[in-house]
Ligand binder design. Structure first.
Ligand code: GDP
Ligand code: IMO
Ligand code: MG
Length: 428
């Protein structure tokens, strides 16, 4: 199976890190690739009881033998990159197999500053970003005033580009946000200080990946963020500034759509969201608190409490559609162990009408009220189950119902954070 995409089907934090790690250790995976986003991601992997968190790095960095790739569509903070690498090196992880695209855009200190002041400026309309400079860096890319990794190796070109960017950005910082202008030299100095360590990692990642696929090697594209956070297909403007959907992998990785063989959507057995924006099945009661507590729903990157709600199959069907999913990996089924009755959103009621598909406009989505069907709980600990038949009957019914409602098969089920706490329903 040469090219596999793993992506988030909801609002992030579905367990993409675990799914990536699982595939990377069960199949022979040669490359694990990030193609969008940056260190706004937080992926948790638990190996032999030891917990690791990756942010900018692909989770494959923990897989011996696999090459980790940060491709052109990612926005890279060199400071965050080296901090994360040093953290793993200190824990004895071999990080030698990492390559970075020369065309990836660089997050600088002024992007972080602009991210933070923009959020403050938006007041009650703020997005609740991670404050990592993601949006402003992608904005500069589209505005054609971005800095790319390759620019770090030619100081005079770098200076020209930083000058051009700050000509514009400093006007905004000073005149709109009433902040001090940022000095070109301090930015150039900081960025060039990373060049020597970075240079040996930099390659043409599109060429590398296409040649690997030509040789029949296996490439795993590890998604970050998620479908509902996609700037085109998510709950705009409450989204991130990239395309975490399957199509984004081709742009962000420099591979054509005909090369992708399998697209796995990672989805929780309930729903969570961090930051602002609409969320039809959100709970404000004891059930929501219990999902948050039992599921340990606290952000890996920002430490923020995640908003929690029931499984939303309208969103699942939408994710199946916009990503062309071939499989789902359903995570955190074990979190539901103690509920007697589990609601699942099967449709919305929008302004008095029942709708089965994602509403076309954001206004309608804001008005969407979940229509629930109820399933009997199983009231027992399933974290030790290792096959579908091991699961209690009611848990089997729940999984089969979600499969039916969500538009594609459920390939695997997570029953705990550990690599081994997984049930593969369809072994092919
Ligand atoms: P990602 O951003 O999609 O990689 O997900 P995060 O790592 O931010 O959040 C998922 C959390 O759920 C992590 O703490 C994982 O260790 C944990 N997790 C993943 N799969 C399961 C599962 O099947 N059961 C339980 N209980 N936890 C899981
Ligand atoms: P992983 O890969 C959950 C959310 C932020 C905010 C919005 C925009 O761990 O699933 P940004 O800093 O990207 O401009 O913030 O997107 N967000 C995430 N939420 N998981 C993530 O990543 C996220 N990355 C960004 O909370 O609402
Ligand atoms: Mg996460």
């Amino acid at each position: 199976m040469p090219a596999i995409v793993i992506l988030g089907a909801q609002w992030g934090d579905e367990g993409k890190g675990k799914a990536t790690d699982l595939l990377a250790t069960t199949d022979t995976i040669d490359y694990v690739v990030r193609t969008s986003g940056g260190h706004n991601a937080g992926h948790t992997i638990v190996v032999n009881g030891e917990k690791y968190a990756t942010h900018l790095l692909p989770s494959g960095i923990l897989t011996p033998g696999a090459t980790s790739v940060i491709a052109n569509g990612v926005v890279v903070s060199p400071e965050a990159l080296f901090r994360e690498l040093d953290g793993l090196i200190a824990r004895g992880v071999d990080v030698a197999n990492l390559v970075v695209s020369a065309n990836a855009h660089v997050i600088t200190s002024y992007h972080v500053e602009i991210d933070k002041v923009t959020e403050r400026f938006l007041g009650k309309n703020q997005i609740g970003t991670t404050g990592r400079g993601i949006g402003p860096t992608y904005a500069d890319k589209i505005n054609r005033i971005g800095i790319r990794i390759a620019d770090l190796f030619d100081e005079s070109i770098l200076r020209q580009k930083v000058e051009a960017a700050l000509d514009l950005r400093n006007q905004v910082l000073a005149k709109v946000y009433n902040r001090r202008a940022i000095e070109v030299e301090s930015v150039v100095e900081e960025l060039t200080s990373y060049a020597e360590r970075l240079q040996p990692m930099v390659v043409d990642t599109s060429l590398l990946l296409n040649q690997a696929l030509d040789r029949g090697e296996t490439v795993l594209f590890e998604g970050a963020q998620a479908t509902m956070l996609d700037v085109d297909h998510g709950t705009y403007p409450f989204v991130t500034s990239s395309n975490p959907v399957a199509g984004g992998v081709c742009v962000g990785g420099g591979v054509g759509p005909t090369r992708i063989d399998r697209v796995i959507g990672v989805i929780k057995a309930y729903t969570t969201r961090v930051g602002a924006g609409p969320f039809p099945t959100e709970l404000f009661d004891e059930d929501g608190e219990n999902l948050q507590r039992i599921g340990g729903e606290i952000g890996v990157s920002t430490g923020r409490t995640r908003r929690c709600g029931w499984y939303d199959s309208v969103i699942a069907r939408y994710s199946t559609r916009v990503n062309g999913l071939t499989d789902y990996f359903l995570t955190k089924l074990d979190v539901l162990d103690s509920w007697e009755r589990i609601p699942v959103c099967v449709a919305y009621e929008v302004d008095g009408q029942r709708v089965e598909e994602m509403p076309m406009t954001q206004t309608e989505f804001h008005h969407a009220k979940p229509v629930y069907e109820f399933f009997d709980g199983w009231g027992t600990d399933i974290s030790g189950c290792r096959s579908f038949e091991d699961l209690p009957k009611n848990a089997q019914v729940y999984v089969k119902a979600l499969e039916e409602l969500s538009g594609t098969r459920i390939w695997g089920v997570g029953v705990g954070p550990g690599r081994e706490q997984t049930i593969v329903v369809h072994p092919d």
